[in-house]
Ligand binder design. Sequence first.
Ligand code: ADP
Ligand code: ADP
Length: 227
Amino acid sequence: MADVKLTNVKKVYANQVEVMRDINLDIKQGEFIVFVGPSGCGKSTLLRMISGLEEISGGTLEIDGQVVNDIPPSLRGIAMVFQSYALYPHMTVYDNMAFSLQIAKVAKDDIDQQVRKAAEMLQLTPYLDRLPKALSGGQRQRVAIGRAIVRRPKVFLFDEPLSNLDAALRVATRMEIANLKESMPDSTMIYVTHDQVEAMTLADRIVLLSAGNIEQVGSPLALYERP
Ligand code: ADP
Ligand code: ADP
């Protein structure tokens, strides 16, 4: 039930530069979509428009069949994982994951269940009582992902979640994200990267962007396997 549909979406920043023209894209529920393209091609802009952090200058964006152009980020049923893991430094791993649910006044038992389930999924159970500073970069990024999972969003948005990790952690965390996709097959996942390997290993479909346009859309094989 969480299709994401962009119809003739445009983006013009305040400086009048048109960075997106006429983006049309139909993302199906449960799909893992990866936006790839060189720096500056508009990947983050597209993701921020879907999240609501950035306004759409034209066209319509629908989530779950509802036009969300004017709906604030908190009411879109989405959760974002950013490149830099902005964890609360004075809160434990548990509390970092529980916080948004506490704010939303979710019952304590439900919070506990959600947090422990997410921790299990991300192999964070042994670290629940630690502070972020006592974790590796990869573990911190998993906490950031856990914080998104507990909210049970309809749509996950990932903005270059691996780019701050060193090579070994990048591979391990990429595998965690692939596992996440397997454990939450109904969740729609939209992922931005400039890394072709990430795109090929994670994507159901890849959207290749270039200078604010969709250049190509297709499966990893269709896009990268040249005859
Ligand atoms: P990517 O994520 O692919 O690197 P961005 O979405 O960050 O690309 O940027 C796309 C284009 O929009 C770039 O030309 C960039 O300079 C421009 N841009 C991004 N943010 C702003 C902004 N706040 N104001 C003006 N131009 C911006
Ligand atoms: P303090 O009491 O130290 O001011 P804050 O909660 O204001 O604590 O912020 C501490 C850290 O948590 C900051 O590094 C900030 O970037 C991060 N942070 C604050 N709000 C959020 C949020 N909504 N999501 C993720 N990280 C946040």
